[in-house]
Design a protein around this ligand. Structure first.
Ligand code: ATP
Ligand code: MG
Length: 413
């Protein structure tokens, strides 16, 4: 069952309001296992709304048009639907009575325009609204297909969709089904590298009968996401499928995966520190406190986070952390910063990062050159990485790379 959403409103095209209705409807349709493969946005113009409805009816089984149902002259969705149905508008007496009653009960004079809301394409049904007086939704059969019309005001749209349209769509679709996604969050491999590792699996999914899909999403400091989406008869079956896909993907991706769905890198690190009963201190140069900022975003960070030193100036690295005088973008400086902050702040683990955010060279090193170290009771590990991008991206990538370095170091024990 394919459903297409058509959002009506010139103000949407002009960017004066953001089309949250289409986003909301897209999400609801997906959760109900209904395919929404295309959406359209169209201005308040009779010819163009009619064209959009014709096009949508060609490629979908049901069309959801939102907006343009109100009482004013620029609300012309019902005229467009009547034109597509090849019929005229007639007054729905029940709707007209409800509008008249509503005005009478509030002791207000009714502007004649309001009776426009009682006009319904011949052959269509007005959806009785539990809150009368506003534009009713419409169910408009077109051959074996259907157009649903809903008002543009988000809460009215949502109520009518949930109470009347979704049940009707479900009944038309026959078998109930749900769509669910799960996101594996990775670090340590490029997007194309991930695609290469998963190429065979993607092909299997494309050829398979299940209709499962894989998508990649580069999300900066949140890592590179691999999202798998499945369709199933009910929620429990969907979870079972997702579990199987997750296991298969983990086999292929190994410890590139640091978390699932809402699990951030800092949360993954926090869990490992808690598990091992270790405390952490950080010494940051080019990230200027970003690493500490991320770490304390995890609830309960006080259990394992001792604190951090933003050692930006070279003499702070020398005087406070015991780094030997010399180039501060170097392996030895990173090592000394990590063990220095570990001792200074009395932590089990010291973590450090020093490098060149750019745009200028420092200590003869190019922008994007970053040294990171982890110091523990039994020694220090240090690594050099070259990060891409401008100053901001280098700082962001340095932050997640550093946390990933710690995660791998902790997992190794
Ligand atoms: P009304 O009876 O209020 O005139 P309507 O069906 O004619 O309802 P519109 O006039 O198109 O709907 O929109 C009414 C209001 O609803 C807009 O001013 C806007 O605030 C909101 N709205 C309309 N379309 C959308 C949309 N696609 N996304 C978010 N909000 C919307
Ligand atoms: Mg309107």
């Amino acid at each position: 069952m394919k459903v297409e959403v058509v959002a009506v409103g010139t103000e949407l095209l002009l960017g004066q309001i953001v089309d949250t209705n289409s986003a909301w409807l897209g999400e609801q349709l997906a959760l109900s296992g209904l395919d929404c493969t295309q959406q359209q946005t169209v201005g308040d113009n009779l010819g163009r709304i009619t064209d959009a409805l014709h096009l949508a009816l060609e490629r979908a089984d049901a069309v959801l048009v939102c907006g343009g149902l109100g009482p004013t002259q620029d609300d012309i969705t019902r005229e467009a639907i009547a034109s597509v149905m090849g019929t005229s508008l007639v007054t729905d007496d029940d709707v007209a009575d409800r509008i008249l009653e509503m005005f009478a009960s509030r002791g207000r004079r009714m502007p004649p325009n309001n009776l426009r809301q009682a006009l319904v394409p011949k052959g269509a049904t007005a959806i009785a609204d539990p809150q009368p007086g506003t534009a009713p939704g419409l169910v408009c059969p077109v051959g074996d297909k259907v157009i649903y019309a809903v008002p543009g005001v988000p809460f009215e749209l949502q109520r009518i969709f949930e109470q009347a349209i979704l049940p009707d769509l479900r009944a038309r679709a026959g078998e109930p089904s749900v769509i669910r996604s799960r996101t594996l969050r990775t670090w340590g491999e490029s997007e194309s590298g991930l695609a290469e590792r998963l190429a065979e699996r993607i092909q299997e999914l494309d050829d398979g009968p299940e209709g499962a899909t894989l998508a990649f999403l580069a999300s900066g400091i949140e890592g590179l996401k691999v999202r798998v989406t499945v369709k199933a008869g009910d929620a429990a079956a969907a979870v079972e499928l997702l579990d199987a896909h997750e296991a298969g993907l983990r086999d292929l991706l190994g410890d590139l995966v640091f978390g699932v769905d809402g699990t951030s890198m800092e949360k993954a690190v926090a869990d490992l520190l808690m598990e091992r009963g270790l405390t952490l201190a950080v010494a940051e140069s080019l990230t200027g406190g970003l690493v500490a900022f991320r770490l304390v975003s995890v609830a309960g960070a006080s259990h394992w986070f001792r604190g951090g030193v933003v050692a930006y100036a070279s003499d702070v690295k020398f005087d406070l952390l015991g780094v030997a005088e010399g180039p501060v973008v170097s392996e030895s400086a990173a090592e000394a910063m990590a063990s220095g902050v570990r001792k200074r702040l009395g932590a089990d683990v010291g973590l450090s990062v020093t490098g060149v955010a750019g745009p200028d060279l420092q200590d003869g090193e190019k922008p994007g050159t970053v040294f990171m170290a982890v110091a523990r009771t039994d020694g220090t590990e240090v690594v050099k990485v070259m990060l891409p991008g401008d100053r901001e991206r280098v700082r962001q990538f340095a932050c997640i790379s550093l946390l990933d370095f710690l995660r791998r170091s902790l997992r190794g024990t």
